[in-house]
Design a protein around this ligand. Structure first.
Ligand code: MG
Ligand code: MN
Length: 640
């Protein structure tokens, strides 16, 4: 088993300790060990917003690198980790890297920074296993992923990546004495990868429950002399009891006996951070999950996780006797952002320039703005542009399959709707030329197009799952928050080609994990196709994407037999082709969905302050501007 991998030479940023003879630690010896974490970098190296085409953005690993350098200089003993989702996420990684053959720029930057260990995130599998293995060949750091195993044919399964690492490091105690410390690192990824990237991973990879995997490994690591066990886990914090194959399992994972620290990720949360309604076991003040020290460093280099552990020698081993957890932001409202690391900026410059040349190519033209500020509250023209492109691309395939007698619908969701991405995390494309960067703004994920045949009854359930993103609203009440913060915007599928109304007076039918709450709860009303009510037994083809077809979040997987057209083309390419071949985009929505009117009822919602540039749209929905929230979102009141 490839476990004891060599550690990288942390050249440049790390002052290497002089070799000394390790002392036998005396009882009561104390040392401080600093664990640094980045996570969900998603290809954001430069402080550059590729969608908006703007430099000086308040994120990027080049900025985090400056925090890393400072944090290392403050202490004698530190290690640097990344918790995954580093290889995918910007046009730099998703367009330029995919067309080139050179070294992946993210791996280049991470080599420079001297990471001690890296875990894989779900998005690192987006371009397939062969691609991933090729990209990682360039890495000077070891990679661990314990709960994804290769299927080797028959019943066999073998580790594909190191299930854990044992890092031997020389550290110094508080009196300056040198010691050898053996730090075990377990990499974990949401088991949902085999669903989300089924097209790439089926027949090749099996995934297992993260918590069970860690629990099974801990005793083995202690046997192998681990002084400290770190879960480097691409998983976030979720409220409620643990369940098998839990996606955001940081909390139960932290509860596994023997795990000394959790470096979490995936959900793009910041921990410790402001958390208005912290689930049981989440203690932001103490910096613990289930009593175990933990950090989570936001996303795209927004934060550096700094976890200081105080270890004391007792009973022949090291014990954690104190800790301090912190998520240091690269930008805040009170100070200028930390400057980016010039070395990283220089190294990325050629790939960045190439990316800009590619994404600035004009493809077409839009006569109105395309934005996501209102995508959660109205039938949205930007979403309809995506569904129109999907439908047009899928139509020829249906004719081939002899299914062109069925109505063809199309679905998509708004991908950039604030949330943990902050008040600037919205799509906002002004009227004028439409470029490749706008296409990747409208469709940031590398999902592929596919078509599924479903019944009218399934269509209704699909929309019920989408409608869980809203809170239940009491008729006649004022200023009730519209959106359920537990449900991300990208779970809000709209289905184009139908008309329907969403009744907010009814309870949600499903939980955010897709479990049925109440068989009698229905929010979708007046579901019609071409003006005719949709019958439960009617059949439709829906143009969707590979990710949604395989389930995930509130959505149920669609049976393989129902997938009639697995097109394999990236939706982004389909959208770019559509813009190139159609005339000017009118940016006006055809009728689709709406809320059931509730006279005398007001709701509030937060969106990007950029919406204020479109007063006519504010007026059309009769929105009232309530000013900015503390986090900088624009708050609006909307009559239902
Ligand atoms: Mg992830
Ligand atoms: Mn991520």
């Amino acid at each position: 088993m490839p476990t004891d991998l060599p550690s990288p030479d942390p050249a440049g940023l790390h002052a290497l300790a002089e070799p000394e003879r390790p002392a036998t630690p005396a009882v009561g010896t104390r040392l401080c060990l600093r664990l640094l974490e980045t996570t969900d970098v998603h290809g954001n190296l430069l402080p550059f917003d590729y969608h908006a085409g703007q430099a000086d953005a308040p994120f990027g690993l080049a900025r985090t690198a400056t925090l890393i350098r400072r944090a290392r200089a403050e202490v004698p003993n530190s290690l640097l980790f990344d918790a995954g989702d580093f290889l995918q996420g910007t046009p730099l990684t998703d367009i330029t890297v995919q067309r080139g053959t050179g070294r992946h720029p993210v791996i280049g930057a991470m080599n420079t920074l001297g990471y001690d260990a890296v875990a894989l995130g779900n998005h690192d599998f987006n371009f397939g296993l062969d691609w991933l293995e090729r990209a990682l060949r360039e890495a000077a750091f070891p990679v661990t992923c314990a709960n994804a195993v290769a299927l080797t044919g028959g019943d066999g399964a073998a580790p594909l990546f190191a299930p854990y690492l044992l890092l031997e490091r020389q550290v110094h105690d508080t009196a300056g004495g040198a010691h050898r410390l053996r730090i075990a690192v377990i990499g974990l990824v949401p088991p949902q990868i085999t669903t989300w990237d089924r097209a790439h991973l089926r027949d090749r990879l099996d995934s297992r429950d993260m918590v069970e995997t860690a629990r099974a490994l801990v005793p083995r690591l202690r046997d192998r002399g681990a002084d400290l066990i770190v879960a480097l886990a691409h998983t976030g914090i979720e409220d409620g009891p643990a369940y098998p194959e839990m996606e955001n399992a940081a909390l139960p994972l932290a509860g596994v006996a023997g795990i000394d620290a959790v470096l979490a990720g995936h959900s793009h949360q910041v921990f410790p951070g402001a958390c208005p309604a912290a689930p049981d076991g989440v203690d932001a003040r103490a910096g613990t999950l289930a009593g175990t020290p933990a950090v989570m460093a936001g996303f795209r280099g927004s934060h550096l996780g700094v976890l200081d552990l105080t270890l004391e020698r007792r009973g022949g081993r090291w014990h954690t006797v104190g800790h301090r957890a912190e998520a240091r932001p690269v930008a805040s409202t009170t100070a200028p952002p930390v400057p980016p690391d010039p070395g990283i900026c220089a190294a990325v410059a050629p790939a960045h320039a190439k990316t800009l040349r590619l994404i600035e190519q004009p493809l077409g033209h839009s006569t109105g703005p395309l934005h996501s500020y209102l995508a959660m509250v109205r039938n949205d023209p930007a979403l309809q542009l995506v569904t129109e492109a999907k439908r047009a691309a899928l139509a020829p395939c249906l004719a081939e399959a002899g299914l062109d007698h069925l109505p063809l619908l199309a679905t998509t969701a708004p991908f950039r709707t604030g949330g943990r991405g902050g008040p600037q995390f919205f799509t906002d494309i002004p009227p004028g030329p439409l470029r490749l960067r706008h296409v990747s703004d409208l469709y940031p994920f590398p999902n592929t197009l596919c078509g599924v045949v479903i019944s009218g009854a399934d269509l209704r359930e699909w929309l019920e799952r989408a409608a869980i993103c809203f809170n239940r609203i009491t008729p006649g009440a004022k200023d009730q928050p519209l959106l359920d913060p537990r449900v991300p915007g990208h779970a809000f599928d709209v289905i184009d080609g139908l008309s329907y109304r969403i009744d907010l007076g009814r309870p949600a039918r499903y939980t955010p994990a897709g479990e049925l709450i109440d068989p009698g709860a229905w929010r979708i009303r007046d579901l019609r196709h071409d003006g005719t009510p949709v019958e439960a037994g009617a059949r439709f083809v829906v143009a969707t994407n590979s990710y949604r077809a395989f389930g995930g979040g509130p959505y149920a997987p669609i049976p393989a037999a129902a997938v009639v057209c697995d097109d394999q083309r990236a939706v982004r390419d389909v959208l770019a082709a559509h813009i190139r071949t159609t005339g000017p985009i009118a940016a006006a929505a055809r009728p689709g969905w709406q809320f059931v009117p509730m006279p005398g009822t007001h709701v509030t919602f937060e969106t990007g302050p950029g919406l204020r540039a479109y007063p006519e749209e504010i007026a059309r929905l009769r929105l009232q501007d309530l000013g900015d929230s503390a986090a900088g979102f624009a708050r609006f009141r909307m009559p239902l």
